[in-house]
Design a protein around this ligand. Structure first.
Ligand code: NAP
Length: 288
């Protein structure tokens, strides 16, 4: 399929490489063109603007935040009005998803398809794709989603549905990390090794990828290089808060994890992984 890919950060570059491996005719664009070098060497075409990357059947985007997506869609040489169906993988806010759906509706069409999985999962083509939008448009994307992920979930005809599921899921990841960090700090204060606790829990009733994957990061203090940078995590918690405010849903745990992300960034910098909230939890208990 003739496909464009816009945004070659940690996630985008890995996803785009898998599209190429699956044999798709790929055109890429990134704000900093140097990040396209490896893909171009592997056979991708380099576009000089987002619009140029959206001349095929589908244009997939994977960008940091709302501002980046707005720049690529509505900015100079943006993809609005280009012929390709826009598939947005970025984690962005509900109002922007609704605006994109409306503005693309009369033109090329729009599918919201945020993903679960960190850069290692993206490299291994093991992402989980959560798709929402027009059913026929999602059908057309099936070979692309198969090339980048292990499973695609369809959650509705309204694109914002997928983004809500993604935001809810990211909140649950942060809540799980917070709970693990608090429990590990507690057992360590009593002289028990955090590895021992994790092995018991993931080997019994907490046998789920979120606990084993993030548990390993916590046990080993593996917060750099960041697979998912804390400022992006904070962006997501702010998006959750906006959605909760709009729907009048109290989310008290959200306040806790958001503050821990803020302290972590303030104390440890912007290049720390979002799982680094464990550092804020330990610091509050006087442990370092
Ligand atoms: P990243 O490595 O920081 O990449 C961000 C990308 O956005 C880069 O290509 C960057 O271009 C581009 N960008 C930023 N501002 C821009 C602007 N104003 N105009 C045009 N391009 C702009 O981030 P990532 O980890 O790949 O995450 C990308 C998205 O995936 C985010 O929405 C994130 O929440 C979501 N996500 C991440 C993970 C994860 O574990 N990392 C997992 C699931 C979902 P430059 O190269 O020029 O800076």
């Amino acid at each position: 399929m003739r496909v464009g890919f816009i945004g070659l950060g940690q996630m985008g570059s890995a996803i785009a490489a898998n599209l190429l491996k699956a044999g798709h005719d790929l055109t890429v664009w990134n704000r900093s063109a140097d990040k396209a070098k490896d893909l171009v060497a592997a056979g991708a075409h380099l576009a000089t603007s987002p619009a140029e990357a959206a001349q095929g059947e589908v244009a997939m985007s994977m960008l940091s935040d709302d501002a980046a997506v707005e720049a690529v869609v509505y900015g100079e040489n943006g993809i609005l009005g280009a012929p390709a169906l826009h598939v947005s993988h970025s984690t962005i806010g509900i109002p922007l998803v609704e605006r994109l759906a409306k503005d693309h509706a009369a033109r090329s069409g729009f599918v919201s398809a945020p993903v679960f999985g960190r850069p290692a999962a993206a490299q291994a083509a093991k992402l989980f794709v959560v798709a929402a939008g027009d059913g026929e448009a999602i059908d057309r994307c099936a070979p692309l989603f198969e090339a980048i992920g292990q499973r695609t979930f369809r959650v509705g005809a309204s694109p914002s549905a997928a983004s809500l599921v993604k935001l809810g899921g990211n909140f649950m990841i942060m809540a799980a990390v917070e709970a693990m960090a608090e429990a590990m700090t507690l057992v360590e204060a009593g002289g028990v090794d955090r590895r021992a606790m994790l092995d018991v829990l993931t080997g019994t009733i907490f046998n789920a990828p979120v606990y084993s994957l993030y548990g390993e990061l916590l046990v080993e203090d593996r917060f750099r290089p960041a697979g998912f940078a804390a400022p992006l995590g904070l962006k997501d918690m702010n998006l959750v808060d906006a959605a909760a405010t709009a729907s009048r849903v109290p989310m008290p745990v959200l306040g806790v994890v958001r503050d821990h992300l803020r302290s972590t960034i303030a104390s440890h910098g912007s290049d720390v992984d979002w799982a680094g909230i464990a550092l804020a939890v330990r610091q509050a208990a006087g442990k370092h």
